[in-house]
Write a protein that binds this ligand. Sequence first.
Ligand SMILES: NCc1[nH]cc(CCC(=O)O)c1CC(=O)O
Length: 323
Amino acid sequence: MTLSPAETPGAVLRIGTRGSALALAQTGDVARAITEATGIETVLIPVTTHGDVTRASLASLGGTGVFASALRDFLLAGECDLVVHSMKDLPTAAAPGLAIGAVPVRADARDALCARDGLTLAELPEGARVGTGSPRRIAQLRRRRPDLEIVDIRGNIDTRLGFVTSGEMDAVVLAVAGLERLGREAAITERFELDAWPPAPAQGALAIEVRAADLAAAESTPIRAALAALEHAATRAEADAERAVLARLEAGCAAPIGAHAVLTEATLALHAAVYAPTGAELREQTRSARVSAGAAADAARGLGIELADALLADGAATIAPLN
Ligand SMILES: NCc1[nH]cc(CCC(=O)O)c1CC(=O)O
């Protein structure tokens, strides 16, 4: 393996990860990307989180951040140098002493239907059983197919796909990104278009979290070299705008909110929707802004705030429980 000149010879980056198949897959992808781009060696260090071992519903665990907090404790304790989060599972509030050091290029942000017999949503028979625990996906399903029987399911991606192969469900809804990271895209029978079915804010994006002091280091370090190699500015701006909507609405991960932003040629376009739990109503807004390379973070946040305020002015808080 050749070493880049900036690298400290012999440095090994320690990457904390949860033990789930998805966490191991995405952390492994990040570790390989670091080594390919910089020559820096990595080692994965697993932590167990309460969210991984319990079968209780996410809401009963106190909402946002159950997956993130054990990783964060691990990082703060100096047990590892960086951790990899699914950005959509990361609370919008900043964690004291930590910082998002890099946001790598986003995977497919769409939701997917994984149905028996290759069926699409429109082709499912009347009253078909569809599994999801997400209030947003429930509302989106009800909006298109009020006749379906929606079943609240839990568990990791393979457990959920297992409900379909066992015949217990006719279909489940999952993120394309997670299915691809696990090599399960063959289970997808329909991908929902982003405009008509906005995903969770930051879906498909990863966040690389580090200790704030390591990000601020003046000298060139292996951590900073790795972060620089991973960073994808457009993805960060998109995810920041989407998460700013959530933060401004003071909404948690269980709120029925979809948001999607796209940065093309210095224009950031943001679309977000708030759904009534029945799917009978929604409020949606779109906004766009020019962003310059040096001030993308402020522009993204400002756009998300502006859009969230427009949603509130349009009565979004009256049709859905936001927090
Ligand atoms: N809430 C669970 C979760 N967290 C991240 C992903 C994978 C997609 C991603 O990384 O955004 C998933 C599975 C899913 O929603 O289907």
